[in-house]
Design a protein around this ligand. Structure first.
Ligand code: DGJ
Length: 740
């Protein structure tokens, strides 16, 4: 039984083959955290792991004058009774008090993992894959119950957590903060990693030693954001990509979030992750309960790569759902950077034909096909085809694309409306807007009030009318602005603190409705590129447009950073035209493809104007991707050399059976007279002999310890700047001579 309960000491030990997570009921009834890390032998009493002390001038516990709550490690800490660190939750009461004290009542163990209604969550296919412990606590004075849920996966170093508040109070209570997880660690010697960025430079690795104080990232934009991704990792300072203890945490949530790490002045560390408390307020009574989103914790003992691989496999196997789970992705051609708004049916078909000739499988029509949408000033909200551009509608266009032997995909931006739209003219009260105040426009659009079920219903009806009528295999769901003036027109004052959260639930509900109606559709989420690239989206859309920046060198950083948490199969990656439209940089076609191979792969440029020689190269690229996409998208991914620390970037994927691997190696800027060097690979079978690009063969032991030889590439025709090499390693049945 991987969740062991010791009734005499009221100790809970969550343990599998590799990890242990331990807590116990303290004498005052709070849950005291005891341990998180590599597997420990089980024992009935871990009291030696408690931190019960009173240090100079600290406030003593009301239950034990020799103990200060400020030193104790807690599972879900309260505030106001001596623990001065960041709390897990806050409840405002009728008399103005914020003090609450939840005390242990009982627990429940279940095989498997219950679903979280209306929220995305990791899941199990079979109850034997995981066990769930739910601990029940109660604050009698405010007649409120708290349920803390812990799921331990049997074969993964993963624990998921969430909390639920239920109340029978007859006086008003408002939950003003409810985090999904807090973890108290007794040490402080950590390196902290977050993923930060902005539009077109999403998820750059930000790593620094933890110092005393509160280090916090988050979003108050209404979506998870390009600026701060919902992820934080704490590692021992000596950890590398391949060794050392790393704790990684993420939140399955697409809205406002906050992740804080408090390194307190006494040498402890509190990690806290949940919905951002800013302007959050939830009534608690018999009709209003609150379920937090799920937090996922990975406890890796072999470095950052192992943490990432654990997230990748969990997300690929037990977060993505439906027929696209672990299924290689179609190679697509998207018209956006090729045509922008300037297209008609014949132009699109000509573009698709050019794609078909090089082997592309899916043609995607991006923004501009609906309403009066000839630029980004009008049309959002009117999801009917613009017949001036597409005289036979979406159905007619899809039929012409299908006749080429290709699948057809379509772009929507469901959550938005332009003031210049029939929808807005008919329903001005359907947007987020604060009474009697100016409304902020962004990209000439307002945000629809998805906290209102009737709005979600109406947009869903429009979308389904299109999806039901035509043969559509793929949908790109875009979202191009942040939320402002967050207020639901006509809503009760007491409910306004829930608008941001209900907005997110509305997004999830619409995704779920569309998925249920068309389970075969492949969804790709997008938000001005990667401004909502978070784990919860993968529950609905197995892939996400990684960034609007398609420059190969910038993409190295973006994809490398994104790989900290998200699988290769989830990263939308396209070859685009040069000079690059975001940066003006010109990189070789081969390099652009060599970067895009490590993702879903596709094109986003006007193929009708490419020279024959480049089209021939595209055909070879498409053939390469078709041959290797299973391995590229679902192999075990390793980061080798970081674009954040030098001119070289390298990464590789290894097949699960270790019989093949593919390495990508990229140089940003070359140097004069480079020495011959070697790149040490990882994850191979030392005794397997691998043929490299069909030529020389080397044993895994050689490739991992001596390295794959890199002969310098430098001459006027092939400068090292912006160059790439791709090595395909395949098991060679003919053995090399010599000992191994
Ligand atoms: C932003 C997306 O990131 C682009 O790929 C494209 O779909 C545009 N929106 C269309 O408006």
């Amino acid at each position: 039984m991987p969740i062991i309960v010791h009734p005499n000491t009221q100790t809970f030990h969550l343990t599998n083959q590799t990890i242990s997570y331990i807590f116990a009921v303290a004498p005052d009834g709070q849950l005291e955290h005891l341990y998180l890390g590599a597997k420990l032998h089980d024992r009935e009493d871990y009291a030696y792991l408690t931190r019960r002390q009173l240090l100079g001038e600290q406030t003593a516990s009301a239950f034990d004058q020799a103990v200060s709550p400020e030193n104790q490690l807690f599972e879900y800490p309260e505030f106001g009774s001596g623990d001065m660190r960041l709390p897990a939750y806050q409840i405002q009461q009728e008399n103005g008090s914020h003090i609450s004290q939840f005390r242990y009542v009982d627990y429940q163990l279940t095989a498997g993992k219950p679903v979280l209604a209306g929220l995305p969550a990791t899941y199990v296919d079979d109850p034997s894959e995981a066990n769930t412990l739910t601990v029940h606590l109660r604050d009698e004075l405010i007649a409120t119950d708290l349920f803390l849920s812990y799921t331990l996966y049997e074969n993964r170093p993963v624990i998921t957590r969430s909390a639920r508040f239920e109340s029978q109070a007859t006086t008003p209570l408002t939950l003003t903060e409810a985090t999904s997880l807090t973890v108290d660690l007794p040490e402080q010697d950590y390196t902290m990693t977050t993923l930060v960025g902005a539009w077109a430079k999403e998820r750059q690795i930000n790593r620094h030693p933890l110092t005393t104080g509160i280090h916090s990232i988050g979003s108050m934009r209404g979506h998870s954001s390009a600026q701060y991704n919902p992820f934080v990792a704490l590692a021992e300072p000596t950890a590398t990509e391949h060794s050392g203890n790393v704790l990684g945490v993420t939140l399955l949530y697409s809205g406002n979030f906050q992740a804080s790490v408090e390194a307190d002045p006494y040498g402890g560390t509190r990690v806290k992750f949940g919905i951002h408390p800013h302007q959050f307020a939830c009534r608690l009574d018999l009709e209003h309960r609150f379920q937090t989103p799920e937090a996922v914790m990975v406890i890796a003992q072999n470095g950052y790569n192992q943490m990432s691989q654990t997230f990748h496999q969990l997300f690929e196997q037990r977060l993505v759902r439906g027929p696209w789970r672990q299924k290689p992705r179609p190679i697509l051609l998207n018209n956006w950077e090729g045509t922008y708004f300037d297209f008609n049916e014949d132009k699109l078909v000509a573009l698709a034909e050019a794609g078909q000739k090089v082997g592309v499988e899916l043609f995607v029509l991006d923004d501009g096909w609906f309403g009066k949408r000839d630029n980004d000033w009008a049309g959002l909200g009117d999801w009917q085809a613009n017949l001036a551009k597409l005289p036979h509608g979406i159905k007619g266009l899809a039929e012409r694309i299908n006749a080429l032997g290709m699948q057809f995909g379509l772009w929507f931006e469901p959550e938005m409306v332009n003031p210049d739209s029939d929808l807005y003219r008919a329903h001005p009260d359907w947007v987020l807007a604060t009474p009697n105040r100016e409304m902020s426009l962004s990209r000439h659009q307002y945000v629809l009030d998805f906290s209102k079920p009737e709005v979600v219903q109406a947009i869903g009806d429009q979308m389904l009318a299109v999806l039901d009528a035509a043969n559509i295999s793929y949908v790109k769901w875009d979202m191009n602005r942040s939320l402002t003036e967050v207020f639901s027109q006509g809503g009760a004052a007491a409910d306004q603190g829930m608008v941001s959260h209900r907005y997110v639930l509305g997004v999830y509900a619409l995704y779920e409705r569309l998925r249920t109606a068309h389970p075969e559709i492949l969804f790709e989420s997008c938000a001005s590129g990667g401004a909502r690239f978070d784990a919860s989206m993968l529950y609905y859309a197995p892939q996400a447009w990684t960034s609007d920046d398609t420059d190969a060198m910038e993409r190295l950083k973006i994809q490398y950073g994104t790989s900290m948490l998200y699988p290769i199969s989830s990263m939308g990656s396209h070859v685009s035209a040069v000079p690059n439209q975001q940066l003006g940089r010109t990189t070789p076609l081969a390099t652009r493809a060599a970067v895009a191979y490590f993702g879903t792969f596709g094109y986003e440029l006007d193929l009708t104007h490419l020279p024959e020689q480049e089209l021939a190269e595209l055909s070879r690229q498409v053939a390469f991707m078709k041959q290797h996409r299973q391995l590229l998208q679902f192999g075990t991914f390793y980061r080798l050399r970081s674009p954040f620390t030098g001119e070289h970037t390298s990464w590789m994927v290894v097949a699960k059976d270790q019989q093949s691997a593919i390495v990508g190696d990229y140089t940003r800027i070359g140097v004069v007279d480079p020495r011959t060097s070697a790149l040490k690979l990882v994850g191979l079978d030392p005794d397997t002999n691998y043929r490299v690009n069909g030529k020389d063969a080397y044993y895994g032991s050689e490739l991992m310890n001596a390295g794959i030889p890199i002969t310098p590439l430098i001459n006027a025709e092939h400068p090292a700047d912006f160059s790439a090499r791709v090595w395909v390693l395949e098991r060679d049945s003919a053995r090399l001579g010599g000992e191994h």
